[in-house]
Design a protein around this ligand. Structure first.
Ligand code: 5AD
Ligand code: SF4
Length: 467
């Protein structure tokens, strides 16, 4: 896979920096969507800080505003248009630079709407993230708006500066794009085809993070278990032995200093035995598997183009329960996909009951322009979608307390992440299954592993004490 040469962009970073030198400039960034977008935003922050901007949480005081957008569901669009309306005056009065990037900018009809109805300075897409410094420089120098969106099949970007949000947990993107074309999903159209980073680059990044004191790594990709390096020559023209997700997990597990490894999202159809074995064997790899179900009905799954049946999903779960001690599951579910009958929906509830998920991310089906799902005639009325969503939500919430009880009295090895957001006297961390735990403890424990005995459950979090 071709790596993009970013040396010219590094020069543009310096050029903008020269323009800004001596000025006290602030930037505000709003990130919508998934962890991949958050990781892209960390790269944007890295570039901006090298261009002499400092971060502010107050949009009103920013000299430059970045909206990093998502388009997986409709509500993000309304949110972006609202924000663009909000900043119009600030741009006119203060000359605040408005930059809009991310997945939504890969949709032509959205870019057209923004061009016609809103003011902005830079639009960039998912394939031009690395060109942000050049686009920004041109927008400033030429005093005109820059629209820089391209559609390309494959590229890997290495070496961008990065400013991470956290100093204990870090995300590392291992692959980008998707080849699956699930019929409801816009991602393949806006993120392009699957391309995996070279393992040597990924391992170098994780090693550097470990040296900086990071303890937890989340490996990211739209479809992590189809991680595959085809042209596996590294920078020294040596062949990379690590060319599958299972091998990558094992290699990351060897890196000293890293205590916990998580990954999102795998696709059930690509969950091969070597990955199951690697999860079982690698003591640092979390035994929480995020396994997107989407629907429990074989009929709906077929129309969704998911390439597995209800029975195949359930037998995969059974296999993992047998092979991986203490395995737990979380999932994504869409309700109200076109043609979903009451019986189909009950199949979804049935799978939920059978698996016993730790966490369910629930979504109401949202029509996306350009996807096959949007063209289907048997769309489900909004009211039924909402009713089904509420039924699923109730079933899930009713199961939480019961499920939480299994933790009481158990001792969990937990990475202490910091102070609890809701109670600054308590420390917080997460179980292997990603449940929030709060407990008393001293500040010097932050960033360290500790054994926590769980004492009580409170629906969305557990309380414990250090043992
Ligand atoms: N409508 C609703 N939910 C969707 N997702 C993806 N596309 C749509 C859509 N059109 C959900 C899927 C996916 C998660 C990230 O978002 O469940 O796993
Ligand atoms: Fe979208 Fe399906 Fe690809 Fe996930 S696997 S990003 S749901 S097309």
């Amino acid at each position: 896979m071709e790596k993009i040469d970013i040396s010219e962009q590094l020069q543009y970073i310096e050029k903008v920096n020269q323009l800004n030198v001596g000025k006290k400039l602030k930037y505000f960034i709003l990130t919508m969507g998934c962890q991949l977008n958050e990781n892209d935003s960390e790269k944007l922050c890295g570039m901006l800080e090298k261009m002499n901007y400092t971060k502010t949480e107050e949009m009103k005081e920013a000299d430059l505003i970045v909206f990093n957008t998502c388009c997986v569901r409709e509500n993000a669009e309304e949110r972006l248009f609202g924000k663009l309306g909000e900043v119009k005056k600030q741009r006119e009065e203060k000359g605040t630079i408005i930059a809009i990037g991310g997945c939504m900018m890969q949709e032509e009809h959205i870019v057209e709407k923004i061009k016609q109805s809103y003011k902005y300075d830079v639009i960039f897409g998912t394939h031009t993230l690395h060109k942000f410094p050049e686009d920004l420089y041109n927008a400033i120098m030429q005093e005109k708006r820059i629209t820089d969106v391209i559609n390309i099949e494959g590229e890997v970007i290495e070496g961008l500066p990065i400013k991470r949000d956290d100093n204990i947990k870090a995300s590392v993107t291992i692959m980008n794009g998707c080849n699956n074309f699930c019929s409801y999903c816009i991602v393949p159209y806006v993120r392009g085809r699957e391309r995996s980073r070279q393992a040597s680059d990924i391992l170098q990044e994780v090693q550097d993070l470990a040296k900086q004191g990071y303890k937890e790594i989340t490996l990211l990709g739209q479809n992590v278990n189809s991680y595959m390096v085809v042209e596996n020559q590294n920078a020294n023209h040596e062949i990379d032995e690590i060319n599958t997700f299972a091998k990558l997990l094992r290699a990351v597990n060897e890196i000293e200093g890293i205590e916990k490894i998580r990954f999102v999202s795998p696709h059930p159809k690509d969950f091969t035995d070597d990955v199951i074995d690697a999860i079982r064997d690698c003591e640092k790899v979390s035994k929480l598997i995020h396994l997107p179900l989407q629907s429990g009905s074989t009929n709906v799954l077929k129309v969704m183009n998911r390439k597995y049946t209800k029975e195949q999903y359930l037998s995969l779960v059974e296999k993992m329960k047998e092979q991986i001690p203490n395995v737990t599951f979380s999932t994504d579910i869409i309700v109200g996909f076109p043609g979903e009958t009451e019986k189909d929906f009950e199949d979804t509830l049935d799978v939920v009951k059978k698996v016993g998920f730790e966490q369910i991310f629930m979504f109401i089906y949202s029509r996306r322009v350009g996807t096959p799902g949007d063209k289907m005639e048997n769309q489900i009325p909004e009211e039924i979608k909402h009713q089904r969503f509420d039924r699923l939500k109730k079933m899930y919430e009713d199961s939480i307390t019961e499920n939480n009880k299994k933790y009481i009295g158990k001792t969990e090895k937990i990475l202490i992440e910091g102070y609890s957001k809701n109670n600054e006297n308590l420390l917080t961390g997460r179980t292997d299954s990603n449940k929030v735990v709060v407990f008393e403890g001293k500040k010097d424990k932050i960033g360290k592993m500790a054994n926590i005995k769980i004492k009580s459950e409170h629906m969305w979090y557990l309380k414990g004490e250090i043992v």
